[in-house]
Design a protein around this ligand. Structure first.
Ligand code: NQM
Length: 369
């Protein structure tokens, strides 16, 4: 059989997302050429991604590009790329804490990192933001063992825990410098603890916050209202015109119903998330702790302790998050940690669809969903 050359690739579930993991050396170095190839590998643009690896949803149309780290503070560099489903776009403007969970195991499998004994810790530089993370997972007998008893909502069964810890990021926790802003007539809190996120009380949009994601997605008036809020908040957060980008995300907040701290419905930013992203949850958790923010009156926070349970449409996500005062007196994230699981699904060679000479190369930024 002849056709385009194959590319070494590992398909992995990372947390509640699924993506194609590549060594940077196995992909073209030039971003535009790389992104055009990734579109053909994932089967985009096509709502079903029928001719590629993508699963027809933003949460299954993701790519991780991993390489030995360029700096001493990390073992590997991880670049996240969101591949448009029905758009020919590949975006590096956001990070992904779910695919992050697979990066350590992938790095060991590909020989970038030596397994450390019973457990291995991998220091990861997240190229999209420049922030660092540490992932620790079992490697009995010097091999990645994906089996274990950790369960995460949104994934059937159990698997080995991947503990992901985030030291404070470089950017401000409150990108607007304020605990609360009024945008497009709605009070919001703009927060960034790894993922730029706009927190909105569901009640202020005449929603309960317990709606089904599919019903929220189908509500055209709501979509228009959220778009308006997002554009205004994006400007205030210093992100410029966010019309075609995947950040900021929008999270609706409502009181918890199952003993957690808060209920969430998250837009990423057009499709409604079936659970919640990891860094999205990190931003929500930190945001709930902001005095004067929109989250504090909605949330139920227990006294003391860093752990929070964030309820979402398919269960909950437990996260440890602490917030203190920075040198400028503004709130700053001290520490964030979360348990995820990840699993190699296949390892092999992926064959991209043939290049379409009539199709222009992919824009390398944007990719709204
Ligand atoms: O917030 C979805 C996901 C994500 C991103 C999204 C993520 C994160 O669930 O860290 O993991 O917000 O686009 O994979």
């Amino acid at each position: 059989m002849t056709g385009p050359a194959g590319v070494r690739c590992m398909l992995m579930r990372g947390g509640t997302s699924k993506g194609a993991y590549f060594l940077a050396d196995d992909l073209p170095a030039e971003p535009a050429v790389r992104d055009a190839l990734l579109l053909r590998i994932m089967g985009s643009p096509d709502p079903r991604q029928i001719d590629g690896l993508g699963g027809g949803h933003p949460l299954t149309s993701k790519v991780a590009v991993v390489s030995p780290s360029a700096g001493p503070e990390a073992d590997v560099d991880y670049l996240f790329l969101q591949v448009g489903v029905d758009t020919a776009e590949v975006s590096d403007r956001q990070n992904c804490g779910n695919l992050l969970a697979g990066v350590g195991p992938f790095a060991v499998e590909r020989g970038l990192v030596e397994p450390g004994g019973r457990d291995t810790s991998v220091r990861i530089r997240m190229v999209n933001t420049g922030d660092l993370a540490r992932a620790t997972f079992p490697t009995p007998d010097g091999r990645v063992d994906p089996t274990g008893d950790a369960e995460i909502s949104g994934v059937p069964g159990s698997a080995a825990a991947v503990v992901v810890e985030f030291p404070p990021g470089a950017g401000p926790l409150l990108p607007t410098g304020r605990a609360r802003d009024t945008v497009a007539g709605t009070d919001v809190t703009c927060v960034d603890n790894g993922m730029p996120t706009v927190l909105i009380p569901a009640e202020s949009l005449k929603l309960t916050g317990y709606e089904d994601p599919a019903d929220l997605e189908a509500d055209r008036d709501l979509a228009a209202r959220l778009h308006e809020i997002r554009l205004a908040a994006g400007e205030l957060m210093g992100l410029g015109d966010v019309t075609g980008t995947t950040v900021p995300k929008l999270t609706l907040l409502a009181p918890p119903r199952h003993g957690g701290a808060v209920t969430t419905r998250t837009f990423i930013p057009v499709r409604a998330h079936t659970s919640i992203g990891v860094l999205g949850a990190a931003s929500v958790a930190a945001g709930l702790r902001i005095d004067g923010g929109v989250g504090a009156p909605v949330a139920v926070l227990s006294e003391g302790g860093d752990r929070l349970r964030i309820e979402h449409p398919t269960g909950f996500l437990d996260i440890e998050s602490s917030v203190g005062a920075g040198p400028d007196g503004l709130p700053t994230a001290r520490r964030t940690a979360v348990v995820r699981t990840a699993r190699k699904i296949f390892d092999g060679t992926v064959f991209p669809r043939a290049a379409d000479p009539a199709r222009p190369p992919a824009p390398t930024s944007g990719g709204q969903r």
